[in-house]
Design a protein around this ligand. Structure first.
Ligand code: 2RA
Length: 339
């Protein structure tokens, strides 16, 4: 006996990846529906290689009788429809930032804090963390267990797919325009993204940081440990898929590069590729389409006590969003929604 699963925001980058991941992992569905705004009605979308779905109108959909909704619309749409779906008895796994810091909504990375899922019944909503947070806490969880993380300094190199399909088109069109000496158009990003990097993701805040940097700080505290301090600089780079992060970590206790590497090799959801030779590390183009969080460049930071540096790469649409949401759904049906 399977589950009735709705995908909200099905026509976006993450919504499409959610459908692909559900099909690839043979999630036990009896029925699946693709939901989007009225402008997408009439379009079709593939449910992996299993079937093709007619996109239905979210505004007119009745969630009664549906078990799980994987949701990745805008935050405003989620704010409007997630509570409605939850009230109809459909457990919502929401990829937007809207509910992440709600104390009654668990913020889950299955490899890191699966026990927190028990709190989902308070609102029938579960939050999927931000992509840049997910890959970082997956990498740091085994090291936190070993030597207790005290402070994180992270610089991110985030691909344009994190900003949606139009952002991917903008990178492609700008790159082509520059090659043929055409004028470039800027619609999604405030500056040229082709052959450039932009230290601005999401909106600026009063203290000069961006909401993306704020998300990494507050979400890490909620998922991994409230005493951990985080200094983040989030940068958009001309890459289509795959976020990379240069992470410097200070621990409460000593930790060697060898012990860290061994702990990472044993940890779930992680692949260590770290040879300290040419090509002995991972880059975003190599992670696109893959599930693991990849870790390279593991080395001690001798400039501080108990310091370590890491290079962490993951597919931001898969582990950074869709895969993590489906893994939460797998945990949910295994431990709570048995049929
Ligand atoms: C980004 N993390 O990369 C944000 C949202 N996906 O744009």
């Amino acid at each position: 006996m399977g589950y009735k699963v709705a995908v909200i925001g099905a026509t976006g980058n993450v919504g499409r990846e959610m459908l692909t991941t559900l099909a690839e992992r043979d999630f036990p569905v009896d029925d699946v529906v693709a939901l989007a705004s009225e402008k997408s009605i009439g379009s079709q979308i593939s449910f992996g290689d299993k079937s093709v779905l007619d996109v239905q109108d979210l505004a007119k959909f009745d969630f009664r009788g549906w078990d799980i909704a994987l949701s990745s619309p805008s935050g405003a749409v989620s704010a409007q429809f997630s509570p409605k779906a939850a009230a109809a008895g459909c457990v919502v796994i929401d990829n937007t930032s809207h509910f992440r810091m709600d104390p009654d909504v668990p913020l889950i990375v299955p490899e890191v804090n699966p026990e927190a899922l028990a709190g989902y019944t308070k609102r029938n909503i579960i939050a999927n963390p931000n992509c840049s947070t997910i890959q970082m806490v997956v990498a740091l969880k085994p090291l936190h267990d070993l030597a207790q993380v005290k402070r994180i300094v992270v610089a991110t190199y985030q691909s344009v797919s994190g900003a949606g399909r139009d952002a991917m088109d903008e990178l492609f069109n700008q790159t082509r325009a520059i090659y043929v000496n055409d004028p470039i158009e800027k619609k999604v990003f405030d500056k040229q993204i082709a052959f450039n990097v932009i230290p601005h993701i999401d909106t600026f805040m009063e203290d000069g940081s961006t909401r993306e940097e704020w998300k990494m700080m507050v979400e890490t505290k909620k998922i991994l440990g409230s005493k951990i301090t985080v200094a983040a600089t989030c940068v958009r780079v001309p890459v289509f898929i795959g976020h990379a992060e240069a992470i410097n970590v200070e621990f409460e206790r000593p930790i060697s590069a060898e012990d860290a590497t061994e702990a990472l090799r044993q940890a779930p959801g992680i692949t260590v590729i770290d040879h300290r030779t040419d090509e002995g590390f991972v880059t975003p183009v190599e992670c696109a389409g893959d599930d693991p969080v990849f870790i390279s460049r593991i080395r001690e930071d001798f400039s501080i006590e108990n310091g370590l540096n890491l290079w962490v790469v993951a597919d931001n649409l898969r582990k950074g969003a869709a895969l993590n949401a489906v893994q939460i759904a797998e945990l949910l049906v295994r431990d709570y929604l048995k049929k």
